[in-house]
Design a binder for this molecule. Sequence first.
Ligand SMILES: Nc1ncnc2c1ncn2[C@@H]1O[C@H](COP(=O)(O)OP(=O)(O)O)[C@@H](O)[C@H]1O
Ligand SMILES: [Mg+2]
Length: 166
Amino acid sequence: MERLFRWQTRNETQAAGKRLGNLLQAGDVIALIGDLGTGKTTLTKGIAHGMGIRGMVQSPTFTLVQEYRGNPPLFHCDPYRLEGAEDLVLLGFEEYFERGGVVIMEWADKVESLLPTDRLTLTLTFAEATEDFGEDAPRLCRAVPGGTRSLALLLAWQGEIDASSE
Ligand SMILES: Nc1ncnc2c1ncn2[C@@H]1O[C@H](COP(=O)(O)OP(=O)(O)O)[C@@H](O)[C@H]1O
Ligand SMILES: [Mg+2]
């Protein structure tokens, strides 16, 4: 089971993220995969917005994990500079899965072994060859659920997106 979404502009990406953020509950894990500039952080901004989190969401490349107060809280992790899952274990990342929040993991393919099976994996790609990351250009998002909760989440998200485009 998988779904493919196409987002024409950064605003569309953020709007889709916002709809997903609206549906998220404590314990949900979103795994983001995609090259630099495909929109992982842009999507995360939308998700945070949908979770009711106000304030600037930045890529936590240097801080590794950025914590946002909310109900539930959001833990945004960017292990770009890490070697792999072992580094995250050493840094005690596993505690975040027990803290009753939502976890968004960028570069999830680097740390896959650490992630719960029941996660929603979103793989972002450039829909067309793009030279300027700043220009609005279409992105593709392939969404794959890993268990019953993430499947329910994906179906609800799809429902929201369908309803909004009618
Ligand atoms: N359709 C789109 N969706 C998301 N970002 C887009 C889109 N079109 C252009 N962009 C731009 O591409 C860049 C994506 O950067 P970012 O979200 O930081 O990517 P990543 O976190 O994957 O490295 C931003 O400058 C954003 O404005
Ligand atoms: Mg990023």
